[in-house]
Design a protein around this ligand. Sequence first.
Ligand code: F6R
Length: 257
Amino acid sequence: MAEVVIVSTPADAGRLAAESIERRLAESERPVLGVATGSTPLATYRALAERGTDLAGATAFALDEYVGLPDGHPEGYRAVLEREFCEVTGFDSANLHVPDSDPARLETAGPRYEALIREAGGVDVQILGIGTDGHIGFNEPGSSLASRTRVKTLATQTRRDNARFFDSIDDVPIHCVTQGLGTIRDAGHLILLAFGPSKANAIRSALEGPVSSSVPASLIQLHPSVTVLVDEAAAAKLEHAAYYRTAYANKPAWQRL
Ligand code: F6R
């Protein structure tokens, strides 16, 4: 099962995530980091910067990209990652891949992105946030657990949640290109982070509910190597929280996140 660590603050989660990322990338001959956008991964990017993690030889792959934003739009995920990941950690943006969401090439965007990930040797460690509707990447409820990178339609709830980055919900694109759940499952290790009360239901369903395409993040139950880092608010509805705390407090020193 996933290792669940309940922390006090997003900064604490970021530090644990960064430590795990640094160690896993150092062990890889061709280090590949899977990066996410949104608010959740920011503390991890800050922690990587604070640790001075050397990402010079690494390649990064974004989970997803909106369709329909003009090139260079500040909320396009390439621009977001350049600003919030590359600039913060010193990662070379030439080594950052984001799905090609140009409308003229959409039909082949998924297979081309899959090929790039394969050519890079696969993702060693994937950072994940979770949507209030249980999505990971932009795999909305109903997404096949075996899905690969493809065009998806965003749920209204997701567009509402992401409207804070735009002038209004009407400006949030309706389509995206996202890694599939099968793509995410292929990563060597998953680090799922969630903060705040709005994530409590999704986290409970993902960790303790049935594995179901209705809760795409429940895919993590099928993955052999997962760390879940949540704050108290996001953990508030977990039935087995006491067990997770006991397991972490008694973690053998040789075990790692
Ligand atoms: C972002 C992504 C999404 C977000 C999720 C949570 O690349 O794939 O799954 O991780 O929507 O977003 P925040 O972190 O803004 O709450």
